[in-house]
Design a binder for this molecule. Structure first.
Ligand code: GLU
Length: 493
């Protein structure tokens, strides 16, 4: 294909299941390649398998694509000039294309029954024929005779006529380099089944050709299909696009990614609280790197710098720890207001701690909570467990047993609580003022800082882990803090 044709790429999922991590990465690479080259990103639904394709899966895929922020220039919901974008709507186009090939002598009707094919295969095996494929039985039937048999209602398939002198088919793959296949091995493969449906290798090429696709970026499980597809391009007289087959994604144990490794569908990650930007960032790095170092790569950078020559052909490893790390980096990079609006409040609502439209506190309170929790989160949902003490009645707060044992039930803890109660009763109620009020206590009581502050923390939060003591107490409110200290007094040594 000419180098200066405008880039057109497509993502063509089969709606036989949800959008999985591997498919999502393929979609991301296509999207980023289109954006980086000022080209078009097309979404096509390959729903030719009627038994396994469902509308529900299509909707799930579209939703997942929207969540990933992979806007498509042509396809379902947006339309475009190279539709239809559902393969089931293209059946007449495939038939027309196949019949044109028959008329041009580049494909032919085959009347071999499954029994005959099986018998031929066995015979080839027995005589140790190096070629075990289709014996080209119907290749030379006179076209008029073949047409008459078709017209008389005899069942048939349509096979492509691979030129006998074609020689090697070389896939010039942008990731794998040149990969050579022996055309003799390709067989006169079926492009139309006897039930009147096109095969994947045919339908996909008819569509890619009519849509003017310039680059095909897809999983390397399709590399072995590519020489057959090249045969179809050649028969159709259409330019062959550039291929880029991207590696498989493996789990940390080196095995093909599957349910065993945890979440595999995009929506599971969304529901687990990953940010779309972080998830896209992470997946984009499974096989691509702009340089040797960057791990946080903005969507803008991906969309401007993505290139196929930085895509690795080695399998990529899906490492949940790295995904979490990147997600945390995105959370930490938000300012407090953004974190409050986009992460904190939605998560609290989702957990049933707040009600949308009638929040229990003012903006400043959520901003303070955001400031306190943001550095302590790797996933959005992490806020809920940490904020729970703020949504619990004073007399229902449970105290973590270990924390009680370690900090409250210790000599001196009672004194620490008493002293804290006194200074907290009339200090200003800001994190800074609270810290300033508590600060002198360790020296006054001749106790270590932990021994003074941890009992207060356990009394107010119920556990020994929380943000800074000033923020922790400020958020809870003075009355609640004093009531909780009072209540914990009976547990203290
Ligand atoms: N529908 C095919 C799949 O999901 C598309 C493969 C291709 O990109 O050609 O595997």
């Amino acid at each position: 294909m000419s180098d200066n044709a405008p880039v057109r790429v497509r993502f063509a999922p089969s709606p036989t299941g949800k959008l999985h991590v591997g498919g999502a990465r393929t979609a991301i690479y296509n999207w980023a390649f289109a954006r980086a080259n000022g080209g078009a990103f097309i979404l096509r639904i390959d729903d030719t398998d009627p038994t396994r394709s469902t509308d529900e899966n299509t909707q799930i895929i579209l939703r997942a694509m929207r969540w990933l922020g992979l806007d498509w220039d042509e396809g379902p919901e947006v339309g475009g000039e190279s539709g239809p974008y559902w393969q089931t709507e293209c059946l007449p186009l495939y038939r027309e294309a196949a019949e044109r090939l028959v008329a041009e002598g580049k494909a032919y009707y085959c009347f071999c029954t499954p029994e005959k094919l099986e018998a031929d295969r066995k015979a080839a095996q027995e005589r140790k024929d190096p070629f075990q494929g289709y014996q080209r039985t119907c290749r030379d039937i006179d076209p008029a005779e073949a047409q008459a048999r078709v017209d008389a209602g005899e069942p048939y398939t349509i096979r492509i006529k691979v030129p006998l002198d074609r020689g090697d088919v070389i896939v010039h793959d942008a990731v794998h380099g040149d990969v050579t296949f022996n055309a003799k091995e390709l067989d006169d493969f079926i492009i139309f089944r006897s039930d009147g449906t096109p095969t994947y290798n045919f339908a996909t090429v008819v569509d890619d050709a009519r849509m003017g696709i310039t680059h095909i970026i897809r999983g390397d499980d399709h590399l072995s299909n590519t020489p057959r597809q090249i045969m179809v391009y050649e028969a159709l007289g259409a330019p062959t696009p550039t291929f880029a087959h991207i590696s498989m994604i493996l789990g940390t144990d080196g095995k093909k990614l599957s349910k065993r490794h945890g979440a595999t569908s995009v929506e599971e990650y969304r529901d687990a609280g990953y940010l779309s930007d972080a998830f896209v960032n992470y997946l984009s790095l499974l096989g691509w790197a702009p340089d040797g170092e960057s791990t946080v790569i903005s969507r803008e950078r991906l969309a401007s710098e993505f290139s196929l020559d930085h895509v690795s052909k080695n399998p990529a490893i899906m490492d949940p720890k790295k995904l979490d790390y990147i997600n945390g980096e995105y959370l930490h990079a938000m300012d407090d207001e953004q974190f409050a609006h986009e992460v904190l409040v939605p998560e609290l609502v989702k957990a049933g701690l707040e009600t949308e439209g009638s929040l229990s506190h003012d903006e400043a309170w959520y901003a303070l909570l955001a400031r306190a929790l943001k550095p302590r989160c790797t996933l959005s949902a992490d806020v809920c467990a940490q904020a729970r003490y703020l949504y619990t009645a004073d007399d229902e707060l449970a105290h973590d047993e270990k924390a009680v044992k370690k900090w409250l039930a210790k000599a001196g803890a009672g004194n620490a609580l008493d002293a804290a109660k006194k200074v907290l009763a009339d200090c200003d109620w800001t994190p800074e003022a609270i810290e300033a009020a508590l600060d002198p206590l360790p020296e006054q009581l001749s106790m270590g800082k932990g021994k003074v502050f941890q009992p207060i923390r356990v009394a107010v939060v119920g556990s020994a882990a929380s943000p800074g003591i000033g923020e922790t107490l400020a958020l809870a409110g003075r009355d609640h803090v004093l009531a909780r200290i009072e209540r914990a007094r009976s547990l203290a040594g």
